[in-house]
Write a protein that binds this ligand. Structure first.
Ligand SMILES: Nc1nc2c(ncn2[C@@H]2O[C@H](COP(=O)(O)OP(=O)(O)O)[C@@H](O)[C@H]2O)c(=O)[nH]1
Ligand SMILES: [Mg+2]
Length: 239
């Protein structure tokens, strides 16, 4: 005990509804997934706060990027959910295009956390998102969440289904993707997810790029870019 955790003291930072309003960032981890998959709940479980990210009773509501700031200065981005049936088609297209552009242009992005309801597995839109992101060479963590709703045997089956679908769709990029069984309510997979995200953010060696290479990223905002500080004592990953 006594080691400050990666997500300790995480605080709400800002919300943006357009990409031009994104703040400067040195390192960012984005949470994407279908509407209602459990993105906000996963963030809350990781940061050990009940209501930091807004958990919605009405699916399809989050239509902005909510950003949270870690003690290290890195940002977590809670992205708008996709695929909710009741959202009008042109609005759906708008948000899909928005996500695609965010993933393609956000230089600070070190990795993508894709939150998937383990009972449903990977949906077409999840595969499309991965197809757009994996060629960048960056890492993906798939949180197969709501595992608490499945029996032990069904949990193993759900994970296997996701891994098989990945291997079939992206045979050359399998090494970029890690599937972790997860539950926000039962706190399954929280430590594994934290260790992996910590690795992406370089908290094990305290190294992190200090400048945002995004063109014009510091133009719109007066805020000082978040800086790393005291992040060298993150949890070591078992090898
Ligand atoms: N049983 C269970 N319910 C969950 C879990 N994660 C999220 N939920 C529920 O699923 C619904 C959608 O969660 P939310 O985090 O708002 O999803 P988001 O739209 O992806 O951000 C809410 O009713 C949550 O309480 C989980 O791990 N287990
Ligand atoms: Mg949400």
């Amino acid at each position: 005990m006594g080691k400050p955790g990666l997500f300790e003291d995480t605080a709400f930072f800002t919300s943006v509804a357009s990409l031009g309003d994104l703040p400067a960032s040195n390192a960012e981890v984005a949470f994407a997934g279908r509407s209602n998959a459990g993105k906000s709940s996963a963030i809350n479980a990781l940061v050990r706060r009940h209501r930091l990210a807004f958990v919605s009773k009405t699916p399809g509501r989050t239509q902005q990027i909510n950003l949270f700031r870690l003690r290290s200065g890195a940002l977590l981005a809670d992205l708008p959910g996709y695929g909710y049936a009741a959202v009008p088609l042109d609005l759906k297209r708008h948000w899909q295009a928005f996500l695609t552009r965010y993933l393609a242009t956000r230089q600070a992005l070190v990795g993508l956390v894709l939150v998937v309801d383990a009972r449903h597995g990977l949906a077409e839109l999840d595969l499309e998102l991965l197809a757009g992101f994996l060629p960048s060479g960056r890492s993906v963590l798939i949180l197969a969440t709501k595992m608490d709703k499945l029996t032990q045997a069904a949990q193993r089956g759900a994970q296997r289904n996701i891994e098989r679908a990945l291997a079939a769709a992206f045979p050359a990029q399998a090494r970029q993707v890690t599937v972790v069984p997860f539950s926000a309510t039962r706190r399954i997979g929280v430590e594994t997810a934290e260790a992996l995200i910590g690795e992406w953010l370089g908290v094990d060696n305290g190294e992190m790029p200090m400048r945002d290479p995004t063109p014009g990223a510091d133009r719109a905002h007066k805020e000082k870019a978040p800086r790393t500080r005291g992040v060298s004592r993150g949890p070591k990953r078992p090898r």
